[in-house]
Design a protein around this ligand. Sequence first.
Ligand SMILES: [Ca+2]
Ligand SMILES: [Ca+2]
Length: 252
Amino acid sequence: MPASAATVYINQGTGTVGSEWTTTAASGIHTTPAPNPDYEGNRKFLGEYNNDTLTLSLGGLTPHTVATVSFSLYLIRSWDGNDPTVVNGDLLGNDTWSLSVGNGPTLLSTTFSNGNSVAGQNYDGAFSTYTYTPWTPCNAYADYSGPGNGPMTGANECYSLGYTFDDPNRPPNEAMDSVYNLSFTFAHDADNLVLNFSATGLQTAGLLGLDDESWGLDNVRVDAVPVPAAVWLFGSGLLGLIGVARRKSQSK
Ligand SMILES: [Ca+2]
Ligand SMILES: [Ca+2]
């Protein structure tokens, strides 16, 4: 981000959920249960959500032409990516997470997998910001050779939040979560901004609901890049030159 970027919103997930957030589900601050000591300690975040939409509505933005939204996406338990398997009429895969701008573009709509040996995910890491140095790629199955990108491609953290899942075909109470630090910059000049964070295709109450597949947000930050003063100066200077040129041509 340029130095002139103005931070207009930060939510570290440490307080109550502000009125700028609306959601299709019960909203709250959750605390990670048993964090991996290799990472930071217990974290508070907005969640947990299932096939829900979480909307952030901001108003009164200063004049700007570009906005950036960045955040940590927590993917919890058994996200299946593109798994085509159907169990009891329920498709395991097509586990999709999306971000769109209200009355604007879809910034991301893609599938994620937290470790499914038969199907990968569509997310390829394009919007991940890697903050750890040196950054070690997370990959739930490093030798994954199936279609799509391997599970956890582009994740900043894996097995770090302390969530576990009991899959009858896997070791009991297996650690299963991932964190993606994502950032999107897009053209935007309205004085209000609506962002819709959502998921679709997740297993719901018919199976295990939130104990099966869920997600949350942390460290949400929106930056609106002000129209630089230099642009205004250049613009008025240009108008002045045009005025001079016009007067010169009229004096001929
Ligand atoms: Ca699952
Ligand atoms: Ca699923």
